[in-house]
Ligand binder design. Structure first.
Ligand SMILES: [Ca+2]
Ligand SMILES: [Ca+2]
Length: 467
């Protein structure tokens, strides 16, 4: 009797477990897709890493070709690890040669590069930060957004040499027409080359060596030393030149596109004529005004640390006809909820005119604003041309806080988010030093970290000061 009861008890427990498991499985199937979507934060790019040659001789140069597909890339912060006893990066043996060979020379700016040695593993690290050129000069990227570049290496000693993309690598850009983002990619991507010794051959004052080299290699006597010989690769020189023809064809179609000249030509004659005609009559109204402004800095959503409660912003008020321009440094104070408030008094302003305002924060790209209460669809997405701001005598309240001032152009500012800005932030991760914070702590929370890095990457999509 007792035995049967115990059996039933186990049966009940078993049944409960099975029902529970089925229920949980069903729940996971139901919510699984949204969970996965939630955790997969960034869009992905596909990276391939391919050496231009898989088999090499010592002292032979080659390239590691990197291709990135599926993302409109605007910045690459690449860390590559390689065996320092077997490979040397171009800059190590030829300091003036960056070793960076982009397939499309119009796509990238000049890269910043350094090589360092890990003292524990003995492996070398190549760090390269490269940014896409401004949209004006770069060909318009279209899906699948394939970009490719080569990195020049030299084989040093025999063996298998491995090159690996380290996880700290960051690739940023835009996913479709969306805002800037970091891309995900396959971690620990590696490639390797097989290096064998150059065959030794002896010339002994002969012009031609009789030694044998591997298939595809021939013994060549040194021009400097008749006793030296090396097995050099036999290269087939192309006899006809059909290859150069496609290149001019594509370049010809690209070159006429710089229509800016035409645009500038059509705009210039009209603008000096129209504004004086329409705006002159009321512009003789002169008054003193006070501008009360609310602004927002990208990434700052709460009370900043003490050091950052007051921020100096360069504010430029400009009339559309450019006859009135007042530039001043205005102190803005944090309200604790991500809004900053500042006031500026202007004397003798032609208040009948229409104005625009330029805001340049201490670590920020300059933003042009044309309305007294502007709105923007996505952070950084507000762009305007002609000022619609009107002024009245005395107090004028402007809420510019829906337009975010993009962070990233850190001191010493040069009007562009560039590799120097990125490198400063990356090299000071974890710093709480106030001087460094004043440059690199973009969200003003008291530490330079990945959040600040994400902000500078997001600003790359816009990159330049508004003018
Ligand atoms: Ca800068
Ligand atoms: Ca920070």
């Amino acid at each position: 009797m007792k035995y049967i009861l115990t059996n039933r008890k186990y049966f009940k427990i078993g049944l409960f477990v099975v029902v529970g498991a089925v229920f949980l499985f069903g729940i996971f199937q139901y919510i699984g897709p949204s969970l996965r979507k939630y955790f997969a934060a960034n869009p992905a790019v596909q990276i391939t890493l391919t050496p231009t040659k898989a088999n090499l001789k010592t002292n032979e140069e080659f390239q590691i070709s990197m291709q990135i597909v599926d993302g409109n890339v605007s910045a690459i912060d690449l860390s590559l690890e390689y065996d320092s006893d077997k490979l040397a990066y171009s800059k190590e043996y030829e300091p003036t040669n960056s070793g960076f060979i982009p397939l499309d020379p119009d796509y990238f700016d000049t890269p910043w590069l350094e090589t360092t040695t890990d003292t524990t593993t003995g492996k070398k690290k190549l760090r390269m930060v490269v940014l896409a050129k401004s949209d004006a000069t770069k060909p318009t990227p279209t899906p699948p957004y394939a970009i490719q570049f080569g990195l020049r290496f030299k084989a040093l000693t025999a063996g298998i040499a491995t090159v690996k993309i380290l996880p700290e690598t960051k690739i940023a850009g835009q996913d479709g027409s969306g805002p800037a983002t970091n891309f995900d990619f396959t971690p620990d991507l590696t490639t390797s080359v097989n290096i064998s010794e150059s065959n030794t051959c002896v010339c002994t004052n002969d012009l031609v060596s009789t030694d044998n080299c591997d298939t595809g290699f021939a013994p060549i006597c040194s021009a400097d030393n008749a006793n030296q010989c090396a097995c050099a690769e036999i290269v087939d020189f192309p006899t006809d030149t059909p290859t150069p023809t496609p290149t001019p064809a594509t370049e010809v179609s690209e070159t006429p596109t710089p229509t800016p000249t035409v645009v500038a030509g059509t705009v210039t004659p009209t603008s000096p004529i129209t504004p004086p005609l329409t705006i002159s009559p009321p512009s003789d109204l002169i008054a003193d005004v006070k501008l009360n402004m609310k602004i927002r800095f990208q990434g700052v959503v709460t009370e900043p640390i003490d050091q950052f409660r007051e921020q100096d912003v360069k504010v430029t008020f400009l009339s559309n006809d450019k006859q009135f321009k007042k530039e001043a440094t205005v102190q803005f104070n944090a309200d604790g909820g991500g809004i900053w408030i500042g006031s500026q008094e202007l004397i003798g302003v032609p208040i009948g005119k229409s104005f625009s305002v330029l805001l340049k924060g201490p670590k920020h790209l300059q933003k042009k604003i044309c309305e007294s209460d502007p709105k923007e669809p996505i952070p950084g997405g507000y762009i305007c041309k002609t000022g619609n701001i009107t002024l009245t005598e005395g107090d004028n309240d402007f809420d510019f806080s829906d337009v975010v001032n993009l962070a990233g152009d850190i001191p010493i500012q040069n009007g562009i988010v560039d590799s120097m800005d990125i490198i400063f932030i990356r090299q000071n991760f974890g710093s709480q030093d106030s001087e460094k914070l004043s440059k690199g702590d973009l969200n003003m929370d008291g530490i330079i970290d990945t959040q600040d890095y994400s902000l500078v990457i997001a600003a790359l999509a816009f990159k330049y000061d508004d003018n």
